[in-house]
Design a protein around this ligand. Sequence first.
Ligand SMILES: *Cc1c(COP(=O)(O)O)cnc(C)c1O
Length: 376
Amino acid sequence: MSDASSDTRPNIMEIDLGALDANLARIKGLLAPGTKIIASVKGNAYGLGLSEIASRLADGGVHSLTTGSFTDAMTIRKAGIDTEIMMFGGALPSGMATYVAHNLVPTVHNMELAEAVSAAARKPTKVYLKIDSGWGRLGIPLKKAKQFALDVARLPNVLVEGIYTHLPFFDAAGMAFAQQRTGAFDALIADIKRAGLEIPIQQARSSAGILAGIKDACNAVSPGGILYGKSPLPDDVVDTSAFRPVTRAVRSRLIHVAPDAADRMPGFASRYAERVTGATGVLPFGRADGNRAPLPGRKAYMLVAGKRAPVLGVSSEHAVIDLSGIPEARVGDEVVVLGRSGSEEITLKDLAAWQGTTGSDILLMLSNRLQRTHVG
Ligand SMILES: *Cc1c(COP(=O)(O)O)cnc(C)c1O
């Protein structure tokens, strides 16, 4: 490591593309043969680096890629990937002309969007319909969806290529509701077909639905998190230990070591300084890098030389750790924020618990400034 960016801010995220391949293969193993995979790469591929992840998924034979960001879609194209890109919602009707001009497949969830696609299209142009099956988020409500589908299909130059719904859940109660609503979504598709409109692609399952084995009559799925080894479900609902984390490590280095940081002026000790009793180390991994302090009352750790160093504080540009148990630590030594060091390990679940958030949230926060290295 001796290029300017790694030496001036030595933070790195290690991405295991072999784990991505393995997770994709495992998902295929859970599906009926021939089920199409519409792989979600939203949010810069969940913070893992869009170009590398998207090209690996394209090589793995996914049917299409999906994101909510036009900028992300252009990044995929610039990486030389010509797999179909379906755009999740996110745009105004006036944005549809841009999607059409760039051959991206828009989601339409109201008539204004569908009419805008029709007005921009110079030839038959694919759209996906998004149905709100009861989660109260983006989509045309289930009750109105049949008439909507038929109305969209009648617009000039609009081809209804796909229909989907999103029913994420996080526990057993959510699972029961998702199964019931998936049945209603299947019934809608059958109803639309009886009215004379056959929609080639139907999709109702994201990670949670695939893992929990939600039953549907659809021919496609749209996983995101589980491709990257992140389950939305707790272990007591579904065992997902066979999926491998694609984020193998996040590492930084000590830029400062103070053996006697506790030597400070009495009376001026802030609450933060009160926590400092012995040797401290500083690493350039602050809130601007996506790091955050643990919740009050929780202890968080980083690993130095295979030992746990408690996190004392996180400022906008730096983190300070307690090195009193690691007297051999020196400037330049590696600090493991996520991953293994010796026999110790910090997992994404640990970080999420310490910071009171989810693994997805942590990866999104980390994705802005961290350099990534892709292995496998
Ligand atoms: C994010 C998203 C997905 C993928 O969800 P995961 O829980 O990451 O698998 C699927 N469909 C829609 C509409 C989404 O927004």
